[in-house]
Design a protein around this ligand. Structure first.
Ligand SMILES: Cc1ncc(COP(=O)(O)O)c(C=O)c1O
Length: 337
């Protein structure tokens, strides 16, 4: 018998569980472009309610959720500002500019953690005849390149409170907001209240194969529906996918605490400062990343090489205690070389 691979590259690599597959197989479906898919409608209503927003839109990916979300609160020629390591500017292929004509400007924050005053200081007013107006601020929670850190609630509150009078919108990249919620105990509704638009992923820690949901006001989501169709994101019998998302919300939300505990256990075994492990990510800094990634792979443990000196490992639904044990011994041995 061959030893199974331990895949810690991302929490996107999970495969649907038997229960999830059964829910997908049983899904009652309709044509969602006509608004007739019952499970897509149920998923949208449920996620909107969870985050305290009026409406929601099921989209194929977190990237589409983020980009449409930002477009809904920013006009072409205006700018979105955010952290320099944010997913929306690092890993979304320049979509804000390439697709929507949005300008982006970034600040380098400490490990991706939000410093409201630092961002606010960068904001440029609307209506000035020679400045690029700041229409929105993008916040990522948890922060991917920040090692899965949870954003401080006080900073989110400060930013949102300030933004009301400033006429600046807040977009939340909540791909892993579920992890932030489980780790911090802050309600999803509170996180939702602190954003004008929020994109949340079903295909990361929650373990669904595909899909994200964008939440906002009914008016914005109506417009978002047009953008989704323009981008080719109008899906037909998408209830098969919505069924997976609904199943994930029922069965895979609370268990994220297990992923977090396993990440802490892995960090502990590898001598990583536990204070840096807020959720399901463990980051190794100052290591020969190409060597570690290649040698670990040769022993059946897959990790992500984020830079020449940084390795990232994520725990998820398909990583159990035995997998953590194996990863810790393989990677630990490599680090001692
Ligand atoms: C923080 C964050 N935002 C957005 C995304 C984009 O999600 P997708 O890969 O579904 O486009 C990711 C993907 O890993 C992510 O980590």
């Amino acid at each position: 018998m061959t030893t199974p691979l331990v895949d810690l590259r991302s929490d996107t690599v999970t495969r649907p569980t038997p229960g999830m597959r059964a829910a997908m197989a049983d899904a009652e479906v309709g044509d969602d472009v006509y608004g007739e898919d019952p499970l897509v409608n149920a998923l949208e209503e449920r996620v909107a309610a969870l985050f305290g927003h009026e409406a929601a839109l099921f989209v194929p990916s977190g990237t589409m959720g983020n980009q449409i979300g930002m477009r809904l609160v920013c006009q072409p020629g205006q700018e979105v500002i955010g952290d320099a390591d944010a997913h929306v500017v690092t890993y979304e292929m320049g979509a804000a500019a390439a697709v929507f004509g949005l300008s982006t400007r970034t600040v380098v924050g400490p490990g991706g953690l939000l410093d409201a005053d630092q961002l606010i200081a960068q904001v440029r007013p609307k209506g000035d005849w020679h400045l690029t107006a700041t229409a929105a601020v993008a916040v990522e929670n948890t922060h991917n390149r920040g090692g899965g850190r949870v954003q401080p609630l006080a900073e989110l509150e400060a930013l949102f409170t300030w933004s009301r009078d400033a006429d600046v919108a807040v977009h939340l990249d909540g791909a892993r907001i579920w992890n932030a919620h489980v780790a911090s105990g802050v309600s999803l509704e509170t996180y939702g209240r602190l954003a004008d638009t929020a994109s949340v992923c079903l295909s990361k820690g929650l373990g669904a194969p595909v899909g994200s949901v964008l939440v906002s006001s009914a008016e914005r989501i109506g417009e978002g529906r047009l953008w989704r169709k323009r981008l080719g994101g109008g899906m037909r019998q998408a209830g098969v996918l919505a069924a997976a998302g609904l199943y994930a919300l029922d069965h895979h939300l609370d268990r994220l605490a297990d992923d977090h505990a396993r990440a802490r256990a892995l960090a502990d075994r590898l001598g990583v400062d536990p204070a840096t492990v807020h959720t399901n990510m463990v980051v190794l800094d100052g290591v020969p990343a190409p060597m570690v990634a290649a040698a670990a792979k040769a022993e059946g443990v897959l990790v992500s090489q984020v830079s020449p000196t940084r390795i990232r490992m994520l725990t998820h639904l398909d990583v159990d205690d035995a997998a953590v044990e194996r990863a810790a011994s393989v990677v630990g041995e490599l680090l001692r070389r």
